[in-house]
Design a protein around this ligand. Structure first.
Ligand SMILES: Cc1cc2nc3c(=O)[nH]c(=O)nc-3n(C[C@H](O)[C@H](O)[C@H](O)COP(=O)(O)OP(=O)(O)OC[C@H]3O[C@@H](n4cnc5c(N)ncnc54)[C@H](O)[C@@H]3O)c2cc1C
Length: 496
């Protein structure tokens, strides 16, 4: 039986993609070649923006209940504090970093899917596909060896860094593998009082980062120089030696849950779309795990694509330019994240006493400025992500202090997030009157029927189902909304 979408890969990105597509009523199958979900804690942090986006599907609360909240990031040089970033002052319903092992994030997303009637098909591998103008024929190999031909309107490759979909599209994974080697240890740390903050030490021998996972468990990450292709499991003694050398002292590592080595890959495809086939998550971009942005960026790819695909598949909007905007918007974000995590890693790995001393001095001056700390907090919580150059941005009359086209729209207390529920609807923020209400009523399936209060008196905003501003103008120009919707290929069934 033909499906709307085949999601290949049930890591966090494939699962989030299926959650979004299912709630918008699409017929989805999701397959994963692995027989079991990962038991590895890999991505530990869920940032504020990811939680805001998952709120729309009603997924965040279960994650929050299972995770631990972290409210700050410290950068130290020996005993001297270089920076202290607070995350609890960013303006969002989720003013913290949520620490939750990736295995738990996947379990909870998987359970959410099951409750909504979708079972991940494990032990089922996408081996090849043939895309034409109106469908994608996918070959699936089941665990018992039998092959299945599946017709799908769309294929989304969420199949990770070694993506079959990306390879078959022939897309180059452009970038580098960095020469430095890192160790990772999820351990108990005795002697470290719980502060609920991330600690990063810029030691002269290298970086040491300690992430709290729960009251009795921490993630330790440290670079260990260029050790070639060594993939052997690090020992607890090795971890302890680094903690003794670079840490605050008198910390005892024990009870390891996961010890691993990794190298940093910084790679990305140029295009996330080829006709009816899309890439998302690690299949499209991989970065330094040190920045903690990989999984978050991938989940946000899913939230960007799902509503567009749903509007197209439901026949409400034309495929172009909505679907083309996915690659343009998310590729720009992937590039920014790669550059930012690359820069942060390079700064942390700086060698040489004089260079390190200048770095520490300059960083402490810069982070001493409150506006810089605020900006950096908005960047790491991913609240500053936006699409300033998107083809989906209307020409706007922007007033300072309110969201411009391409920017995340503020989320106000007690107001349901835009894009929640079973239909991807745009929301109009404006002074309500009979003419505006009549206008909104002409766009069922496109515009929320209720008009929300404007962000400022005298203004009008159209906000996309993923919470980004599409159009900002003055209250008398609500007809611009109709022009805009026609331009992006969303027509009013009652007025054409
Ligand atoms: C040590 C470490 C720490 C990290 N820390 C963070 C962090 O703190 N924050 C953060 O945001 N990110 C972090 N990351 C990155 C994060 O783990 C990845 O970005 C994330 O797993 C990507 O999710 P994904 O769903 O795109 O891919 P994956 O998690 O790789 O999932 C891909 C899935 O596709 C399946 N698959 C592959 N090929 C096929 C096929 N042909 N057919 C069917 N199924 C297929 C695989 O079995 C797999 O289950 C870290 C990574 C590592 C290694």
């Amino acid at each position: 039986m033909k499906v709307d979408v085949l999601v290949a890969g049930a890591g966090p990105v494939g699962l989030a993609m299926a959650v979004e597509l299912e709630r918008y009523g699409l017929h989805v199958r999701i397959v994963d070649k692995a027989a079991e979900r990962t038991d590895k804690s890999k991505a530990l942090v869920l940032w504020s923006r990811t939680l805001e986006l998952l709120d729309r599907a009603g997924c965040s609360q279960a994650l929050i209940d299972a995770g631990g909240k972290v409210s700050g990031v410290n950068i130290v040089d020996g005993s001297r504090q270089i920076a202290h970033l607070v995350l609890d002052r960013v303006i969002t319903p989720h003013a913290y970093a949520l620490m939750l092992p990736q295995s738990e994030t996947e379990r909870l997303l998987d359970e959410h899917l099951q409750v909504n009637g979708i079972q991940v098909e494990r032990g089922v591998e996408l081996t090849q596909f043939a895309a034409s103008a109106d469908q994608v024929v996918c070959t699936l190999r089941h665990a018992e060896g039998q092959e299945e031909q599946l017709e799908a309107s769309w294929l989304i490759g969420c199949d990770g860094a070694h993506s079959t979909v990306r390879h078959q599209l022939g897309f180059e994974f452009i970038g580098d593998t960095l020469p430095s080697n890192w160790i990772l240890a999820d351990v108990h740390l005795g002697g470290l009082p719980w502060r609920g903050e991330i600690d990063i030490a810029w030691h002269s021998d290298g970086v040491l980062a300690i992430f709290p996972i729960s009251q009795d468990r921490y993630r330790v990450i440290a670079d260990v120089g260029d050790a070639g292709d060594d993939t052997s499991e690090p020992t607890l003694q090795e971890v302890q030696a680094i903690l003794d050398q670079r840490g605050p002292g008198e910390i005892q590592a024990s009870a390891p849950v996961w010890l691993a080595r990794f190298r940093i890959n910084e790679r990305k495809v140029a295009d996330y779309r080829a006709g009816r086939v899309f890439l998302a998550g690690d299949a499209a971009h991989i970065h330094s795990p040190a920045g903690g942005q990989g999984m978050n960026t991938g989940i946000q790819d899913a939230c960007n694509l799902a509503w567009k695909l749903a509007l197209v598949q439901r026949g409400i909007c034309a495929a172009e330019p909505l679907l083309d905007s996915y690659s343009l918007e998310r590729s720009a974000v992937g590039k920014q994240v790669l550059e930012a995590t690359g820069r942060a890693t390079a700064i942390g790995l700086m060698t040489g006493e004089i260079k390190q001393s200048i770095r520490n001095h300059v960083a402490s001056l810069i982070f001493g400025l409150a506006p810089v700390r605020k900006k950096v907090a908005e960047v790491i919580t991913e609240l500053s992500i936006g699409y300033p150059h998107s083809p989906l941005n209307a020409e706007s009359l922007h007033s300072p202090g309110s969201p411009a086209a391409g920017e995340r729209a503020p989320i106000r207390p007690q107001e349901p997030p835009v894009g929640a529920g079973g239909t991807p609807l745009f929301a109009l923020f404006a002074e309500a009157n009979a003419a505006v209400s009549d206008f909104v009523a002409r766009y069922p399936g496109v515009l929320e029927p209720n008009i929300r209060k404007p962000f400022h008196e005298g203004g009008l905003w159209l906000v996309r189902p993923d919470g980004y501003t599409a159009l900002a103008t003055t209250h008398d120009r609500w007809d611009d909304v109709g022009t805009y919707l026609r331009q992006i290929g969303c027509y009013s069934p009652t007025s054409e």
